[in-house]
Write a protein that binds this ligand. Structure first.
Ligand code: ADP
Length: 493
């Protein structure tokens, strides 16, 4: 049943590990994918926004050229616009004629230009204000616009060509206007980062530099502009830090829960093993005195022995009953250990207490104990009963586990700053480092050869620790040299 349970637990653990690994892996993968998409979208969108913004800025400049030309054509001191129907089909033909003397200086140049308008069906021999308006509109918004869109400057007349050329020259890229448009184009793409127009591309890795051409005249002279934005990585971090943090937090919580569950499971497992060991120990400990009492009582009843033997038998029964009684007390005391609380309202003289504990030991044990360093005044506030039980526990252990031919247990009491330090050292088997903490756990017994032969439930030191902690003290175990252990207790005093 136990083995089957163990197998089941292992399966569950493997499944849980797979799940946690899977969840963590998926989260990391998702974060990575998100990083890739966000950074590439950022680079693409900010570049698209730049091209759109440059196009719009150019469009504004083109519009300005067209409206300038419109004004010049309407100005009769610069151009004269006429019309006639002196042709084969008798359709109205419009003529633009340079008027300004500046344009007429060079006689080799063309100074007039004829043009018909398909949709204009009226037959006019003389220009009218309406017809002039229609012509200017048609010429600028179609013919001229299409030329400008292609980046061409046509010299329909010397004057028209010169004027358009100048207009192209005077209308340079407008950074302020561009910045406004670019900002709004970025906002449309939900990008809210600062940017800068720079003269030359820089090599700063923490920025993203984009390039666009702002010239619209053929042959398109390159008039590049460079825009510097935060790098895609910085942008990702700025936009996603909340998400990344939440995702990492979730991963952390999942791993912590997993760790906690495994720890609880293993603890449960350990507890079951400890409980089993305790039951087997206790059965043995109770069984021996009980059998002895049973046998002795049966002998008394059956053989009706002489008074001296009866006395001996009764001593045995008394001794074993006393042992059983002590055992029950120990178990009961430990059952209450979790809730063990007491007042620290007695003035306890540690010197007296230690002497009293030594006196309580069996004579053959007491000779092994040497109380070396004493303090003249070692009075602390505490609980006499629990303190003496604790010191007795440590001393009994030091004797119990010591199988050397000449056991020596030394006690000393030293004052350090605000504390009194009590040490009990023995020349027994010593305690390996890996068990130094564990021996203070309830039911814990060091699992090794000889020590197994020594009776006990693994309850003594957990009780001692609890009592010392209630006294706001600290207990620890160190190695004794060349052999054995040192139990060191620091008590406020
Ligand atoms: P118990 O003695 O009933 O087993 P304790 O809680 O008193 O329980 O001790 C826990 C374990 O610590 C013991 O099982 C023993 O292995 C070890 N131990 C305690 N004191 C000593 C000592 N002085 N020398 C060596 N081992 C010790």
């Amino acid at each position: 049943m136990f083995v089957w349970m163990q197998k089941k637990i292992i399966y569950v653990l493997v499944l849980m590990s797979c799940c946690v690994l899977g969840i963590t892996g998926l989260q990391l993968y998702w974060n990575y994918k998100n990083y890739k998409t966000t950074t590439s979208n950022f680079a693409r969108d900010s570049n698209n926004a730049l091209n759109t913004a440059v196009d719009q800025e150019i469009k504004v400049r083109k519009g300005k050229i067209i409206s300038k030309v419109k004004n010049w054509l309407a100005d009769t001191t610069v151009f004269r616009i006429e019309c006639n129907i002196d042709n084969r089909d008798s359709v109205t033909v419009f003529t633009i004629q340079d008027v300004h003397p500046r344009f007429l200086e060079d006689s080799t140049r063309k100074t007039s230009f004829n043009m018909g308008i398909n949709k204009f069906k009226e037959k006019l021999k003389k220009i009218t204000p309406e017809a002039k308006k229609i012509f200017i509109n048609h010429f600028t918004s179609r013919t001229l616009k299409s030329n400008i869109d292609n980046g061409d400057v046509f010299y329909y007349t010397q004057g028209l060509g010169d004027s358009i050329d100048k207009a192209f020259e005077s209308l340079k890229f407008n950074p302020d206007n561009f910045i406004k448009i670019y900002k709004s184009e970025l906002a449309k793409r939900l990008i809210d980062v600062p940017f800068q127009l720079i003269k030359k591309p820089n090599n700063v890795s923490s920025t993203l530099v984009l390039k666009a051409n702002t010239s619209f005249r053929r042959p398109f002279e390159r008039e590049p502009i460079f825009v510097s934005l935060v790098s895609a990585n910085t942008y990702y971090w700025k936009e996603m830090k909340g998400l990344i943090f939440t995702s990492l937090l979730l991963i952390g919580i999942t791993i912590f829960c997993f760790y906690y569950t495994i720890k609880t499971l293993l603890n449960q497992h350990k507890l079951v093993a400890i409980k089993n060991q305790f039951i087997s120990n206790m059965t043995h400990e109770i069984h021996t005195p009980l059998s002895s009492i049973q046998l002795t009582t049966e002998a008394l009843k059956k053989f009706n022995p002489d008074p001296e033997t009866t006395e001996n038998y009764l001593d045995i029964i008394l001794y074993q009953t006393h042992k059983l009684n002590e055992l029950t007390k120990e178990i009961l005391a430990n059952a209450k250990l979790e809730t063990l609380t007491f007042e620290l309202n007695e003035d306890v003289d540690l010197n007296q207490l230690i002497w009293a504990v030594i006196k309580e030991l069996r004579e053959e044990d007491a000779v092994k104990v040497k109380y070396l360093k004493t303090l003249e005044r070692a009075i602390i506030k505490g609980n006499r009963k629990h303190l003496s039980r604790s010191i007795a526990n440590i001393l009994e252990n030091a004797i119990k586990y010591n199988s050397t031919s000449a056991p020596v247990i030394e006690i000393s009491l030293v004052r350090t700053h605000q504390t009194i330090n009590l040490t009990i050292q023995d020349n027994g088997p010593g305690i390996a480092d890996e068990f130094k903490q564990k021996i203070f756990e309830q039911f814990y017994r060091i699992p090794s050869g000889n020590i197994h032969d020594t009776k006990g439930f693994g309850l003594g030191l957990s009780y001692v620790k609890k009592v010392i902690e209630q006294h706001r003290g600290i207990i620890s175990v160190l190695d004794n040299y060349p052999k054995g252990s040192v139990f060191s207790i620091n008590l406020p005093g």
